[in-house]
Design a protein around this ligand. Sequence first.
Ligand code: AHM
Ligand code: MG
Length: 338
Amino acid sequence: MDVNRVVTLDQFIVERQSHFPYGKGDLTRLLSDIAVAGKIVNREINQAGLVDILGEAGELNVQGESVKKLDLYANEQFIAAFKAGGEISGVVSEEDEFLTPLNTGLSKDGQYVITMDPLDGSSNIDVNVSVGTIFSIYRRVTKHGDVQLEDFLQKGTEQVAAGYLIYGSSTMLVYTTGRGVNGFTLDPTLGEFCLSHPEMKYPEDGTTYSINEGNYSHFPNGVKKYIKYCQERDPATNRPYGSRYIGSLVADFHRNMINGGIYIYPNTETNPNGKLRLLYECNPLAFIAEQAGGVATDGKNRIMEIEPTKIHMRVPYFAGSKNMIKVAHDFMEEFPEE
Ligand code: AHM
Ligand code: MG
C-alpha cells in the first residue's frame, strides 16, 4: 500500500463500484450508510461509561437473553440508516422477533434485504471489552410489496455483501462483496474509515483455538478429542496451541483471521443446535472467512450451504484456518456420538 495516500472507505467503494456483481450505486450507498451508523454507535459505545447508558434495559430479547440499552440503541441506529437510505426493503435483527419491513418512502423499492446482529457480544459491554456489529446483504427474492420470509431464508451462498464492525482498541469495518476482504480503521481525527488492511488473508495454519471451555463436559466427543489434541505437546506442529476466548464472536473471529486460529461454538447439551445464529452471525462471517481463504462449517458441512428454516435459526459453528478446520473435522468424523 502507498503509505502516502490515505484511502477512505467512501473513496474505496466508489473506485470498486464497477466490480460489484449487481452494479448500480445502491450497494455503494448502503455500505456508506452502514459506516455512518457504525460511527454513531461507536461514539455511543465510547461514551457509554460517561453518560450512564450502560445496564439492562429491563427487557428480554427474542432469545430470552437480557437486553442492554446499547443493543437497542444500535438496532435503532442501523434501522434508521436503512430507512433513510432507501436501498433496504426489510431487516432481520437479533433484537427483533419478527422481520421488519421497511415499506415506507424510499425503502419500498429497495432491492436488498439485510440481516444483522446490531451489537454482538453484549455480555461484554459493561466490562469494556470489544463488541461488534455483523451484517449480511441479500437481493430480495420477491420484487414488490412487503418483504416476505423467503427474502431472508436464503442460503449464505446468495449473499451479495457481508461485513462486521469491531468496536475495540480501535474501531474497524471489514467487508466483502465477494471479491476478497478489506479492512478499514476509523481514524478518529478524520472521522473516516481508512483502508488499513487491504486484501485480508486468513492464514492457512494457526496456533490458537477459541472455544468456551467451561462447557467442556457438554461438548460432542469429536470436539473434546480435538481440544485435547490442541493441548498436547508436539513441537513439530507447534503444539500445545494457545487458547484465546473473548466471548465476543467478532473479536475472536477477527483475531483468528489476522493471526490464524480456529473458533468453535459446537452444539452442547444446553444448546443442542449450537448458540450462534445462522443468518446474522454465522453466514456473514463465513462469507468473509471464505473470501479471505478460511473455512466455516457446522463441524461437517459448509455453513453457506445450509438451508435456513427460521430467521433466528442456530447452528454449530467452526470457523478458522483451513488446515486447522481440516484436523477438527477429522476428529468429528473419527469420534462420533455414541
Ligand atoms: P449475543 O449475540 O447475545 O452477544 O451472543 C453471541 C455471543 C458471541 O459473541 C460469543 O461468541 C458467544 O455468544 C459467547 O457465548 P458464551 O458466553 O456461551 O461462550
Ligand atoms: Mg450475537
